[in-house]
Write a protein that binds this ligand. Structure first.
Ligand code: NAD
Ligand code: WQD
Length: 341
């Protein structure tokens, strides 16, 4: 029996594939490379010394997806495939709704047809909208502030309806906080297209000299130093959370949401200082106006994941900065070109 990983060539998917293979799972990966490169798949094999099946398939292509289920004995699906850039989702909302929601609907239809009723879904802390306080527990009111966030919220609702219609489904909604870092080998990591939107890849590109300086969005938030506070989580810890969620859904039915974060909030300035400290690179920055839609503080209460999944993040901000930089330094152009060491 295999675990199907949709979006397995991407940032979080590739790290999860490594953990799955290392734990002895057989996996089948599908990806359409809309936001990833085939090189990441080669490196999964390089790191694990294990082979696995890959299909270049778009989830919107139902026939091609059916072939994957027909040719493999799928036990459960870890569903990462989706578009994730908040700003882009505002520019091209229909594309986001179509890709993320229709892609998930087609996946669920095919799963149902092949009697595969176990899914771990990549949700996001974005479903908490503007939380009224922190730390955030899973029972907080849900809201979304942009089309990307609405796709996550709608998919959560769709999956809840699916479970209500047939309670043989076992579904985990994993609400990630801010994933950063990279595999400690430096061989896989985050490889954004163009100018990064997110903080850590931006800092990395300033450190490598690709960008001149970081714009810190806002200095007057209600936080310890005025800059935005987030719950950064190491991508390898996050990947391990998927294995714990998988264990749970394979042995039970039901639908449940879990926060995956560390439970600790760090400001933008904390991240810069930490990065400078562990990498000895100076990060030039200046303050600019707040970014529209940003909130002051966002961090998780992780009690539920600890109690019900037996999962807890183990890596700290220093590990995250060190591993992000190792990936960036040894792959200055991401997966695009031959790396130098
Ligand atoms: P990513 O873009 O690196 O990976 C997503 C992968 O899905 C890519 O390889 C892309 O090519 C593929 N894909 C997209 N649409 C597809 C389709 N229709 N058919 C087949 N493949 C498709 O993103 P990531 O950071 O690894 O995120 C993985 C998931 O986690 C996404 O659903 C994202 O929304 C969610 N998430 C990410 C973050 C984050 O900050 N990175 C936070 C919360 C939630
Ligand atoms: C972190 C902090 C910024 C860039 C996003 C999505 C969310 C989820 C995770 C998918 C904030 C500040 C950033 C920069 C800055 N993704 N910042 N200068 O916004 O918390 O969350 O990624 O689900 O949905 O919205 O992450 O990394 O963009 O920002 O000062 O150039 O860094 O204001 O305080 P965010 P981020």
């Amino acid at each position: 029996m295999s675990i199907l990983v949709t979006g397995g060539a991407g940032y979080i998917g590739s790290h999860t594939c490594v953990e799955l293979l290392n734990a002895g799972h057989e996996i089948v990966v599908v990806d359409n490379f809309s936001n990833s490169k085939p090189e990441s798949l080669k490196r999964i094999t390089e790191l694990t010394k294990k082979e696995y099946k890959f299909y270049e398939v778009d989830l919107l292509d139902k026939k091609a997806l059916e072939t994957v289920f027909c040719e493999n004995q799928i036990e459960a699906v870890i569903h990462f495939a989706g578009l994730k850039a908040v700003g882009e989702s505002v520019e091209i909302p229909l594309h986001y709704y179509y890709n993320n929601i229709t892609g998930t609907l087609i996946l669920c239809e095919v799963m149902k047809k092949y009697d595969v009723k176990k899914m771990v879904f990549s949700s996001s802390a974005t479903v908490y909208g503007f939380p009224k306080h922190v730390p955030i527990t899973e029972d907080f009111p849900l809201a979304a502030t942009n089309p990307y966030g609405r796709t996550k919220l709608m998919i959560e609702e769709i999956l809840k309806d699916l479970h209500s219609s047939d309670n043989n489904w076992g579904i985990a909604l994993l609400r990630y906080f801010n994933p950063i870092g990279a595999h400690e080998s430096g061989r896989i990591g985050e490889d954004p297209n163009g100018i990064p939107n997110n903080l850590m890849p931006y800092i990395n590109q300033v450190a490598i000299g690709k960008l001149d300086k970081l714009n810190v969005f806002g200095s007057d938030y209600d936080t310890h130093d005025g800059t935005g506070v987030r719950d950064y989580i190491h991508v390898v810890d996050l990947a391990k959370g998927h294995l714990k969620a998988l264990e749970k859904i394979i042995s039970t039915t039901g639908i449940d949401a879990f926060n995956l974060g560390t439970g600790v909030g760090y400001s933008v300035l904390d991240v810069i200082k930490n990065f400078e400290h562990v990498t000895s690179q100076r990060i030039a920055y200046s303050f600019t106006h707040r970014r529209s839609g940003d909130i002051d503080k966002c961090y998780a209460d992780t009690t539920k994941a600890m109690k019900e999944l037996g999962w807890k993040a183990t890596k700290n901000l220093e590990d995250m900065c060190r591993d992000s930089w190792r990936w960036q330094r040894s792959n200055p152009k991401g997966y695009e070109e031959e790396t130098f060491k």
